[in-house]
Design a protein around this ligand. Structure first.
Ligand SMILES: Cc1cc2nc3c(=O)[nH]c(=O)nc-3n(C[C@H](O)[C@H](O)[C@H](O)COP(=O)(O)OP(=O)(O)OC[C@H]3O[C@@H](n4cnc5c(N)ncnc54)[C@H](O)[C@@H]3O)c2cc1C
Length: 416
């Protein structure tokens, strides 16, 4: 069913009783060419591009809960391509370009809003570092602008410009960055994949891999055994747990990341703003709530529930950037399980097992990567070769030392 103004009018005249389900919720068949484990944004996007770009349609996505029940439905929806390193920037810019055409491609309203992403800076040294990043972005074809304090003040007059410790001296702005509605991205990819013959199987947890020597030939799931030619793992925060079923140890730690939404207020924040002297970022949803977050909780956990010290830390960052936030009531908060890699960059690669492919290590930034991640993982699964923009995301870089350490923090996941 194609969505259009005409379709809307037609359905309205027929009492809205003939809308079809957005995707087919199916039971597993005995075998598939490819099984994607994990029905988050990345798994569903992979299935979509496998079917659309490579004609591989005998595909299943198996999800242990409901699609979008993981980080895809828990994130703070920021999309951007403001990276520094050559291993990262072209990939995230590919993603940005895919975001720009996504709604037309999927024929689905994902509420992609290019309202801009502004990183404010507080010192001359930080300004120089941001200018360097902006130049790297422009060299890779992305947009970047340096703003002085006055230009930032015109956009966001209520920030604490004269804060005694962290005065705001300007910012790095990516106007094409912004937000997208996370659930709609999941539903849109599910619809596109399902329309092309992909089976989406919910409440189906993978419990064991079936092997023939070093080749993966199938999966045991809570809905029975599924045989398959290839398996793509896209389980984000559960990557280490699922890899452990095979005795595979990944360079990934699972941590908690919390998000917060305030009561709704009139339009206040026109873009996404990040604090440069601590970890705090904020945007305003179309419903009016301020959506914000900060650092990960900093200890390993699979609990999907955060702790109070980080709530305090995030709120302190918010108060230092925009003291007016202290007048707001917090409406809700939650946590997701993020797959922190040792260098802060992702992995899209083959594994030591034939037929097993890995998509993981998205840390707290994988939502913006969803389109390019699906695109590149589908390429790898279909052609057994990495897409050039994802060629640095190798699993063996942690052995060879070719790390993509955007922040220069070393092998400390809680600092990336
Ligand atoms: C609070 C928070 C805020 C964030 N904010 C941003 C942001 O603003 N911008 C940004 O770019 N990124 C952000 N992220 C990160 C981003 O959400 C993730 O990197 C991204 O969603 C991960 O990919 P995914 O969507 O495929 O993961 P998920 O949605 O987590 O999908 C993985 C799926 O695998 C399933 N699964 C696990 N084990 C099994 C199994 N054994 N069998 C079958 N299925 C299994 C899970 O149930 C889950 O649905 C944020 C994350 C959090 C938690």
């Amino acid at each position: 069913m194609r969505y259009s103004l005409l379709a809307l009018a037609r359905q309205a005249f027929r009492g809205n009783r003939h809308w079809q389900p957005v995707w087919r919720d199916t039971e597993p068949r005995p075998s598939y060419d490819v099984v994607i484990v994990g029905g988050g944004g990345h798994g569903l996007a992979t299935a979509y591009y496998l079917a659309k770009q490579h004609g591989v349609r005998n595909v299943a996505v198996v999800e242990k809960g409901w699609i979008g029940s993981g980080n895809a439905g828990r994130n703070t929806t920021i999309i951007r391509s403001n990276y520094l390193l050559p291993g990262n920037e072209p990939f995230y810019e590919r993603s940005m370009k895919l975001w720009e055409g996504l709604e037309q491609d999927l024929n689905y309203n994902a509420m992609v809003s290019q309202r801009g992403v502004l990183n404010v800076y507080h010192s001359d040294a930080q300004r120089d570092a941001f200018a360097r990043r902006g130049n790297a972005m422009r060299l890779a074809g992305a947009d970047a602008e340096m703003l002085d304090a006055e230009a930032v003040r015109r956009m966001l007059p209520f920030l604490d410009f004269d804060n005694a410790r962290f005065p705001i001296k300007g910012g790095l702005l990516q106007r094409r960055g912004g937000t997208a509605r996370h659930d709609a991205v999941v539903w849109g990819y599910a619809r596109g994949a399902s329309d092309r013959g992909v089976d989406i199987i919910q409440n189906c947890e993978v419990t064991r891999f079936l092997r023939d020597g070093s080749r993966i030939v199938g999966l045991n799931t809570t809905k029975g055994t599924i045989r398959c030619g290839k398996v793509g793992l896209a389980v984000a925060g559960s990557s280490s747990r699922v890899a452990k079923l095979l005795g595979l140890k990944l360079p990934i730690e699972s941590h908690l990341l919390q998000a917060f939404v305030s009561e709704a207020i009139k339009p206040l924040i026109p873009c996404v703003v990040t604090f440069g002297a601590g970890h705090f970022y904020v945007s305003q949803s179309d419903k009016g709530g301020l959506v914000f977050g900060g650092d990960i909780d900093g200890y390993n956990s699979y609990a999907q529930r955060g702790n109070l010290p980080v709530v305090e830390d995030v709120c302190e960052g918010g108060m230092a950037l925009m003291p007016a936030i202290g007048r707001l009531r917090l409406l809700r908060s939650w946590a997701g399980l993020v797959d922190m890699s040792m260098d802060g960059s992702p992995i899209i690669d083959r594994t030591p097992f034939n037929g097993l492919y890995l998509n993981a290590g998205w840390c707290y930034g994988g939502f913006k990567a969803t389109p390019a991640s699906g695109w590149c993982f589908a390429h790898l699964l279909a052609q057994d070769q990495p897409d050039p923009v994802a060629s640095a995301f190798r699993l063996d870089r942690f052995e060879t030392g070719h790390l993509i350490d955007e922040k220069g923090q070393g092998a400390q996941p809680n600092l990336h």
